[in-house]
Design a protein. Sequence first.
Length: 349
Amino acid sequence: MALRDLWAKMRGKEAAAESPPPVPEPPPPAEAAPPPEAATEEARPGFLARLKAGLARSTARLTDSLAAVFTKRRLDEAALEELEETLIAADLGVAAAQRIVAGFRRTRFGKEVTEEEVKAALAEEISAILAPVARPLVIEPAHAPHVVLVVGVNGTGKTTTIAKLAAQYRAEGLAAWMVAGDTFRAAAVEQLQIWGERTGARVVAPEKPGADAAALAFEALREAREARADVLLVDTAGRLHNKSALMEELRKVARVLKRQDAAAPHSVLLVLDATTGQNAVNQVRVFKEMVEVTGLVVTKLDGSAKGGVVVALAQEFGLPVHAVGVGEKAEDLRPFDPQEFARSLVGLA
């Protein structure tokens, strides 16, 4: 199903078309661990079920503590203090925890509450924090191509996210190109090339390892403009151990793209790994120093015990969360729905 239609469906509107068949995840390079065997669409649970299952560890971490705090108990200052500590421990962050507790204090202070009542109220408070940042990544046809610079630490799922987005855009009928701009990692280049073969997306790759990433991006944009491609997804390096070198490389890529299109890159997408918890907050700070990050994708929510960090990110930065990932297949990357996420996180979905 097209990203636009998926988003409309999540907002309660009717989708305009049937889902196209899913694009299978290509096998990774030989040195990488193989992905789980693909199941048939009939055998796979729906995305909401996978989101709930993926957040199970995060949910247990949060709700087990809530059960200990709230069992037909009056919501006094001691209970609110315990609630705040529980939320911080569940990776929601200090600012979000304080905001949620303030809401409880205004509306429920002094009342006797059950665990289920607290869960329902908590889902409402979390959804209110997330709603303003739940915005899809809109590809603007006027740019031709819309350049998306994709950044993030190596290992967060950055290259795979690019491939999934390209597969989804291709399914929408858009001409999607990928640039293997992490030129020092042969595995990243090979992965995008495999995806290109499987999906028909054009891949611009370096002729040799260590090629200049900015020059590659410049040439890719020139070719994509001539071909009137719709979207150009540019992979980048993510070696934070040498922050100054990475910062200069990313700025150089952005700088040379502007020589052809003053508005490029039109989007700067930061990919974060949910399993890193509060370290994801630090990564946002670091990459915001390097480039003008315009939106986030949060991957690997399946199996993470730290999914609550999405709330911390929303509260602290207010950056759009364009999509979340709960699996290896292209359709496992979906537009972010705040209500579904909040209810899944507290165990109500």
